[in-house]
Design a protein around this ligand. Structure first.
Ligand code: SF4
Length: 322
C-alpha cells in the first residue's frame, strides 16, 4: 500500500483492509470484486490483484503461512526483489538490505552521489548496506532507515540538525544536500473525458475495464477520452458506438469532475445520455441500481460520479465542479 503513497493517505485504507480481511484466509476466499473495492482510491490496482493471488497460493500450497525461502517467495505474484527482501527482513529478520526511495535518498546523500537517478548506483548502495547491516534486529534497522528518509532526510529541506548521520554525511559537508536524490517536478498530462450516464428503470449502465490494462477490472460508466478538438457530444457518440454498439440519441450535460491520477489530470464531463437500442448486459456490462453501485470497484473519478448521483437522489445539490 505504501508504494507511491504516503503513510497518512494509507492509514484509513490499511485499517479498512485489515477489518475486511483479518487473516490470509479471509483474503484468499474473497471475490476479486471485493478485493478491488477495498483497495478503491489507492491506485495501482495490480498490487491488490497480486496480493489476492498470493494469498490464494499461500493458502492452497503453504497452509496459510509465508515460506521463508527467497526463491519460493519470488514466485508469488507481485513479489520482486524489493517485496521479497521487505517480507524476509521485516517479518523474519533475515539479513537483507532494503532500499526504497527514502532509504536510497539517505544513502545517496551520505555518499554525496550526485549523478544519475540513484538506481544506477543500486549495486554499490546494496554492497555498502550489506557491510553495515547490524547482526541483529535487521527489521528495526531497515524500517528505521526508510523512516529516516521519510521524516528527516526529506526530499526538500532535509532536517540535518536532527539527523543521527550528520557527522558522517558527505552531502552536508558539501553544503547542498537538498540537491541530491530529488526528482524533477512531474508534468501532468491533462485530458478531457466524457462519461455517459445511461439510465433505465432506475438502473445505470456500467462496464468493466479490460483486465491487465490501466485501471484493469474496475467498473466505470461508459465513455472515454476526447480526441483532438472533438466536442464531448462527439466523444460520447463515438465511444458509445465503439464500446457498446448502440447509437447516442440525446444528451443532457450534468456535472464536471476534476481528478488527478499519478500521471495525468482528468477533466471529466458527465452527461445523461439516451441510446437506441439500450445497451445489453453481459459478464462485463451491467444494469445496476443506485443502491448497489457502491459494491462495484471503480476508478476514483467514477466513484466521485457515484457520490454526486447519491447526493442528487437525496435532493442535495450536485456541484458543477467536484
Ligand atoms: S545529514 Fe542531512 S542530508 Fe545527510 S543523511 Fe542526514 S538528513 Fe540527510
Amino acid at each position: 500500500m505504501l508504494q507511491q503513497t504516503t503513510v497518512n493517505t494509507v492509514i484509513p485504507y490499511y485499517r479498512h483492509w485489515v477489518r475486511t480481511f483479518p487473516t490470509l484466509v479471509h483474503l484468499a476466499r474473497a471475490t476479486p470484486q471485493k478485493v478491488l473495492r477495498a483497495w478503491q482510491g489507492l491506485g495501482y490496482y495490480r498490487r491488490a490483484i497480486n496480493l489476492h493471488r498470493s494469498a490464494r497460493v499461500l493458502c492452497r500450497d503453504f497452509n496459510g503461512r509465508f515460506p521463508e525461502d527467497e526463491n519460493i517467495l519470488k514466485q508469488l505474484p507481485g513479489f520482486g526483489d524489493y517485496t521479497t527482501a521487505a517480507v524476509l527482513s521485516i517479518a523474519f529478520n533475515r539479513r537483507l538490505p532494503l532500499i526504497d526511495t527514502n532509504a536510497r535518498r539517505v544513502l545517496l546523500r551520505l555518499h554525496n552521489i550526485r549523478t544519475g537517478n540513484g538506481k544506477d548506483h543500486e549495486h554499490c548502495l546494496r554492497e555498502f548496506l550489506m557491510k553495515n547491516l547490524p547482526r541483529r534486529n535487521i527489521n528495526i534497522f531497515n524500517q528505521a532507515l526508510m523512516e529516516l528518509g521519510a521524516l528527516v532526510c526529506r526530499p526538500h529541506a532535509p532536517l540535518c540538525q536532527a539527523c543521527p548521520l550528520r557527522l558522517s554525511c558527505q552531502a552536508v559537508r558539501q553544503g547542498d544536500p537538498g540537491a541530491i536524490g530529488t526528482k524533477p517536478k512531474k508534468m501532468f498530462e491533462r485530458i478531457r473525458v466524457g462519461a455517459a450516464l445511461i439510465e433505465h428503470k432506475n438502473k445505470y449502465f456500467i462496464q468493466r475495464r479490460p483486465p491487465g490494462g490501466l485501471l484493469g477490472d474496475l467498473w466505470e460508466f461508459p465513455g472515454g477520452k476526447a480526441k483532438g478538438a472533438e466536442s464531448i457530444r462527439q466523444t460520447l457518440a463515438r465511444e458509445i458506438k465503439e464500446e457498446l454498439g448502440v447509437r447516442l440519441m440525446s444528451t443532457r450535460a450534468w456535472i464536471r469532475i476534476r481528478h488527478s491520477y499519478t500521471r495525468f489530470k482528468v477533466d471529466l464531463h458527465v452527461w445523461f445520455c439516451r441510446t437506441k437500442p439500450l445497451p445489453k448486459a453481459d459478464r462485463s456490462h451491467k444494469w445496476v441500481g443506485l443502491r448497489n453501485l457502491g459494491r462495484y470497484p471503480m476508478p476514483a473519478a467514477n466513484a466521485k460520479i457515484l457520490v454526486q448521483l447519491q447526493k442528487q437522489k437525496k435532493g442535495e445539490n450536485s456541484c458543477e465542479y467536484c
